[in-house]
Design a protein. Sequence first.
Length: 332
Amino acid sequence: MSALLSIRGLTVRFPVRGRREQVQALSDVGLEIARGEALGLVGESGSGKSTVARALLGLVRPSAGTLQLEGQELAGLRGRARRAALRRIGAVFQDPFASLDPRLRVEAIVGEPLAVHALGTRRERAARVAELLEQVGLSAADAARFPHEFSGGQRQRIAIARALAARPELLVCDEPTSALDVSVQAQIVELFAELQRRHGLAFLFISHDLAVVRRLCARVAVLYLGRVVECAPRAELFERPRHPYTRALLDAVPSPVPEAARRVRVLGGEVPSPLSPPSGCAFHPRCPEVARVGQERCRHERPGLEEMAGGTGFFVACHLHGSRARQVGDGH
């Protein structure tokens, strides 16, 4: 499949007031998403997941690297060219209470992308808003109401309708279910799956909920301290994770089986500060496998992201697998 979105070498640094150091939120991140494909992006809080989304949406400026939508570089676009490119990308954010303007009626909220991009007449926009509300499980009559009149799940449906208004090809979803009750989460995930089937949408789906990612995404990328440490097809990653950090994330998922719960290995330590990340493999201070490779190598030599032998589409950055993998470029 040809790539709709290609991210290569993405690096984002933030200055720190009163200090010469910079926070390195992302370092040399490479990702690719094909048309109609859902890619999950997972990792602990502070790993850089939301920064990827913000860089893609133009909310933060990359320090290095490229962000290309079908070969068109997004980072340097301005004015009309930027609006035209971003029309192809929709966004759904984490908090459905904060992402909707409480002063506007639903018709204005959902229709805002249509007005910004000057799409259709006023009557056509109203018809499009009614169509979108029904697509996401609401009523056309809801267009006249205000956000405070809806529940959290209904507000997220309104946000999804707004993201779809300009008929984007890619949806960037940043923790879109984490603020919702579990039963509502399931409904929203099923809505995303239905929209993908109906419209052929591509997704960058950011979440800490591995069950949600497993349901929706065909491939999964794992971030640790601003770097991709593993990227693989869903089934292989969940059944045979290679990186010790990915295994720790999967082990941390609660199990209803008491025997399985007793076998869980809890990952110790905290995520290091991005102001002073560890040398070599950033995960080595917390890694339970570091003795198998050799502590000195893990401490001083950073593993590159490599494709496992056999061309399986499984990429991992770990010295445990370096001899059985093939070095690749930034995108995967």
